[in-house]
Structures are given as C-alpha cells and as structure tokens.
Design a protein. Structure first.
Length: 366
C-alpha cells in the first residue's frame, strides 16, 4: 500500500468489459446484478473507512496515551502515514502503549533506520510482473493487484514501499492483467490482492469476479483480505451473495495476528462469509512484541478455530525497509511452532514459512 492508498471512498477497479477477455459482467454470477450502477448513499463500511483515524494525536487521545507517543509517531510516519479504522481501534487496550494491536499500526522511531539487507522490495515482486497489475511467481496461479488501497496501514507491511501506480493497480492495469490471464491457460487460480481487494465496492467487485469467471481456464478464485478483521462491516449481504454465486467455492484468506483482533463483530463477519460456501483460512505474520509468545499463538489458533477459520500460514516477516524491529529470530520461531505442535491438534498449527524470491513456492521453516 502507498500513502495515497486510503481514499475517502472505494477506488476504481475494472472496466465493464475488457478486450481479449470473454464478455461477462455482474450478471455472470448470481447476486452480481444487485442495485443499479452509479453513485448512491455510502454503506456503513464506507462511512467507517472515511472516519478512520489518520492523526497520531487523535489516536493517542482516544487511547489515553501520552502526547510524546504522538510526537514520535508523527516523526516516524514519513511517507507511510497512520491509518486505523475505528472498529480495529476499539479492540485496543486503553492506556497501554505496548498493546499488541496498537504496535501493528503505530509508527515508531525504529522505522527511521534499517540494517543492511532491509530493502524496498524484499520479494522482488516488480521483477515478477507478468503484466501490469499481475504478479506471477508460482506455477498455476497469479496474483492480481485489484487496488493499491488498504483500510489499515500495518507498519510491517511488505508492500509499504511498493509503487502501485507504476505497476498497474488501476482500471487499466486490471484490464491488462485480465487479458494476460485469459491468454495463459496455465493460470488456474487467480488471487485477488492489493492493497485489499475488498475495498472495491460490491458493484466493482461483481464486475471483476464476472470477468474472471468468464475465463474458462480459471477454476478457482482466492481473496486475500484484512477487512473482516479491521472493518467487519465490509462483509455485506451482497458480498456474501457474490461469493455464494461463484461456480466453485471461493478461498478467502483473512489476516489476524492476535486473538484480541477477533471480537464479536469479526466473528459475525466470518460466519457470514462461511455462509457463502467460502473456504476460510488465516495467515498471520510473526511479529516481535505482538505475537511472538506461545500463549498468544495458542490463543490465536484457538480463537480462529472457534470462529470457523483454519490457521494456514505463519509468515516470518519480510525484510522491508523500516520494519526490522518486528523481526523474530528463525530459531525462536521454530521453537514456538514445535511447542504449538505439542499443545494442539495438527490442523490447528499453521505452517511456518518464509517467502524467498525465485523459489518455486513459499519455503517451509522447520
């Protein structure tokens, strides 16, 4: 995500039809026809996004934190400003500058310096662009950058320096990506990412899903999103209907790092997603000071299973500039996973992985 990736309303996505892609529109999937296109009143999630906290001073006032915390955050934010939706803010502990949810979003002075090896594009994604807006690193699937926008600016984000505008996270880029997917029969799974693809409103998402579904060689759609966690009102009835109308169940990968992120609203959003037949997985990032202890990881897996989500990946942090303070030594990470295996059934234990540029898949760490 980029500093300009927090629009007051949902960003634009695909054109209504893309040359070179089989013709399809919202009506291609049940639930896609929806209301008439065009501007209308904001939905609740859009209003909540517009009201997100962007000023460190306001964040500290709301949480009862010292003004010095806000001053440091202003210095550290640089080109990657603070952005926190109020539903996520509501899950944070009042008066605790070390709250694990706050640590994920609060700019710290440590961001201003990075050791050697911490770079702007640690996964070398710019080199993996198969077309504008389309990242293809692994056989059989490709990642479509549906938007450069997110609802929250996570300080550890591996795409915090990614130049979305230069690499096709736009209407024109999406059209080019769809043409490339249609021309490559080896792509059997399309992964919607960004930014966060659920920042497309339901009309634009219906257009995009309809065009992907119309490509006969694509058999599966995966959606990577943090919105059910940080902005649960985004899970609208129409979104559920769109996913339910897909020819095959969607795979929805949410992103929760700590059990405190999953309150009643988040649980309700996940239940609604499950009603669409979607396969629900979680990917977390192992972060120093956030979830790098056995009790927290145990609690996260237990809470995910309680709300109906399978723990999928636990990522070692990618080495993006400004995030070294989140790093967890690999030996400690392996020890944590070994301890989890002793406490939980196998299906409750996420795979510990690291993404390495040029590898054929994510690298399992053991």
């Amino acid at each position: 995500m980029t500093p300009e990736s927090a629009p007051e309303s949902a960003p634009e996505s695909t054109l209504e039809s893309t040359p070179g892609v089989p013709t399809a529109g919202p009506e291609a999937i049940p639930g896609g026809e929806g209301r008439d296109r065009g501007p209308g009143p904001r939905e609740r999630w859009q209003a909540e996004l517009a009201a997100a906290v962007r000023d460190p001073g306001e964040l500290c006032r709301l949480l009862g934190l010292d003004a010095s915390v806000a001053a440091e955050a202003r210095r550290a934010a640089g080109g990657f400003p603070l952005l926190v939706p109020r539903p996520f803010l509501a899950r944070m502990a009042h008066g605790d500058p070390d709250d694990p949810l706050l640590r994920q979003v609060l700019p710290l002075g440590a961001e201003l310096s990075s050791p050697p090896g911490w770079v702007a594009d640690p996964l070398e994604e710019a080199a993996a662009l198969a077309a504008p807006g389309l990242v293809k690193k692994y056989d059989g699937r490709a990642l479509l950058l549906a938007t450069g926008a997110c609802a929250v600016h996570c300080r550890y984000c591996f795409r915090r320096e990614f130049p979305y505008a230069d690499h096709g996270a736009s209407s024109a880029g999406t059209a080019a990506a769809l043409r490339a997917i249609a021309a490559d029969p080896s792509i059997r799974e399309v992964i919607l990412s960004g930014g966060d693809p659920l920042l497309l409103d339901d009309d634009r998402l219906a257009d995009l899903l309809g065009q992907i579904v119309a490509i006969p060689t694509v058999g599966r759609i995966r959606i990577h999103t943090r919105l059910p966690v940080v902005l649960p009102s985004r899970v609208t009835r129409r979104l559920v209907a769109l996913l339910a109308g897909l020819p095959a169940p969607a795979v929805v990968v949410i992103h929760a790092n700590h059990p405190a992120e999953l309150g009643p609203e988040q649980a309700a959003a996940v239940r609604d997603l499950a009603s669409s037949r979607a396969i629900l997985l979680n990917q977390a990032v192992l972060l120093a000071g956030v979830n790098d202890t056995l009790p927290v990881l145990l609690g996260l897996s237990e809470r995910l299973l309680a709300v109906g989500v399978l723990p999928y990946y636990l990522h070692l942090p990618d080495r993006v500039v400004g995030t070294a303070h989140f790093d967890v030594p690999e030996a400690k990470a392996v020890g944590l996973i070994d301890s989890l295996r002793q406490k939980l059934s196998g299906y409750c234990v996420p795979r510990l992985v690291r993404e390495v540029p040029g590898e054929a898949s994510k690298v399992s760490i053991s």
